[in-house]
Design a protein around this ligand. Structure first.
Ligand code: 5GP
Length: 204
């Protein structure tokens, strides 16, 4: 019998560095997680490849996926749809491999409803001032937009209670090491492994 893989969800407030941490994690050679590529209606940025970074969709196609229940979760974020194709997640978990999602907070809450047994990791900023400087440094946003993003980020930090672990993103490599350690520990949990040992005893 194949033991199901773990569903790992990395989420956290806008601007905290989820994308950067995820990319650094998947650049590591020993990584054994399978990244779930999201679908989105936003246009590709320079260098992004369809089927690698995202599955880029038209709004109509995306709405079709929603209607046909092809998404595990979805959310509208800054005017675009983002969602997780469900078939890949189900098939990969059934094959015994861990699936890794990097999604915004509304989507993470939906996954929690569908997969309460998942591993939910909240990426937190070292401080609010640090978060603000990251949002400001990101580019050309107006004062109003920055204040609005900060307000949303504060509300998002309050959603931390729905998560199993909090990883501070003080430095990308530290955040990656913490995530790897959490996944390793999770695989050693008694409630995950005891059935395997019981089966072993039955055979003896
Ligand atoms: P970006 O447009 O910068 O690639 O992503 C914007 C936001 O969408 C990020 O916070 C990212 O985590 C989130 N995101 C990416 N894929 C998904 C997804 O499949 N579902 C949800 N809910 N959020 C996603």
């Amino acid at each position: 019998m194949i033991e199901r893989g773990l569903l790992i969800v990395l989420s956290g407030p806008s601007g905290v560095g989820k994308g950067t941490v995820r990319k650094a994690l998947f650049e590591q050679e020993d990584i054994k997680l399978q990244y779930s590529i999201s679908a989105t209606t936003r246009r590709p940025r320079e260098g992004e490849v369809d089927g690698v970074d995202y599955f880029f969709k038209e709004r109509e196609e995306f709405e079709h996926m929603i209607e046909n229940k092809k998404l595990l979760e979805w959310a509208e974020y800054v005017g675009n749809y983002y969602g997780t194709p469900i078939d890949y997640v189900e098939e990969t978990l059934a094959s015994g491999k861990d699936v890794f999602l990097e999604i915004e907070v509304q989507g993470a809450l939906q996954v929690k409803e569908a997969f309460p047994e998942g591993l939910f990791i909240f990426l937190a900023p070292p401080s609010l001032s640090e978060l603000k400087s990251r949002i400001v440094n990101r580019g050309t946003e107006t004062e109003d937009l920055i204040n609005n993003r900060m307000r949303v980020a504060k509300e998002e930090i309050e959603l931390m209670d729905a998560y199993d672990y909090v990883v501070e993103n003080d430095k990308v490599e530290n955040a990656c090491a913490r995530i790897q350690a959490i996944v390793t520990a999770e695989h050693c949990r008694r409630d995950r492994v005891s059935a395997r040992y019981k089966r072993m005893l039955e055979v003896e």
